[in-house]
Design a protein around this ligand. Structure first.
Ligand code: GTP
Length: 247
């Protein structure tokens, strides 16, 4: 079957933990390289790729605030962690010859361009992978919300949420053998059943703007490409009537 991209512009949300591999902390260069390779394949198909990476492999704001740290300070530290991941991913992609730009929601001009929406769109039009760093730049917002927001701002057709499990289940598939995977969900079902797809702010934002979300597992190599080419992987969260492009 030929690999033809079914989307022109996507936003991909990667968890920071995806980069840590088996070491359980930080960035595993081998894992980073494998993910970069997968992203490069998507870029070679002509897809415009925007990327949002979490920071949980380096610092978890919520966890720290639960242990007494001021929530705002903890969230800012989490945002800084995403900048490290963004710069690491930029390096990995550019070593594969993929042109990238890192745009940060918190100004740090020596390291990254400041986030300017029109500039981000221009980079994407030129085929550069745009890596959005520092979340939304605001505490109390997750990187999932940043991904939803940026996806809308740059008019992505879909938000791909890459995780460790192959979709959304009715209960934790790591704990329950009889957990059932959903093929499709509405935004309201995600919210009312408290399914852990993304936080409620991110889901509400996507719902209000009819942005489809595909939750899939990126541990199997080639999955990002397969989703982009129309394989029905993972779970779709979308408005009624939306049909996922198929091969
Ligand atoms: P075009 O306008 O399409 O040519 O985009 P461009 O990104 O190539 O142009 P520009 O001359 O703005 O950028 C050249 C290089 O400098 C790129 O690698 C940018 O990421 C980088 N760059 C631009 N502005 C900043 C900034 O404020 N901070 C940092 N650290 N790098 C920047």
């Amino acid at each position: 079957m030929s690999d033809t991209a079914k989307f022109k512009r996507i936003t991909l949300k990667l968890s920071g933990e995806a980069l840590q591999g088996k070491q359980g902390f930080g960035i595993d260069p081998e894992v980073l390289g494998t993910i970069a390779q997968q992203l490069a394949e998507v870029v070679y198909l002509g897809v415009e790729v925007a990327l949002v990476i979490g920071g949980g492999n380096i610092f978890r704001g919520l966890k720290a605030s639960a242990k007494g740290m001021d929530r705002t300070s903890a969230d800012y530290m989490g945002m800084l962690a995403t900048v490290m991941n963004a710069v690491a991913m930029q390096d990995a992609l550019e070593r594969l010859g993929v042109v990238t730009r890192v745009l940060s929601a918190i100004e740090m001009k020596e390291i990254a361009e400041p986030y300017i929406r029109r500039r981000a769109s221009r980079h994407l039009e030129k085929g550069r992978v745009v890596i959005f760093a520092a979340g939304t730049g605001n505490p109390y917002f997750t990187t999932d919300t940043a991904a939803a927001l940026r996806a809308m701002e740059v008019n992505s057709e879909v938000l791909l949420k890459a995780t460790k499990v192959d979709g959304v289940y009715d209960k934790d598939p790591m704990k329950f053998d009889d957990a059932v995977r959903f093929e499709r969900l509405s935004y309201l079902e995600v919210l009312s059943r408290s399914l852990h797809v993304m936080d409620a702010t991110a889901i509400s934002l996507c719902r209000e703007n009819d942005l489809p979300i595909v939750v899939f597992d990126m541990l199997s190599p080639g999955n990002i490409c397969r989703v982009v080419c129309g394989d029905p992987l993972g779970t779709l969260v979308a408005p009624d009537g939306y049909e996922r492009p198929a091969r």
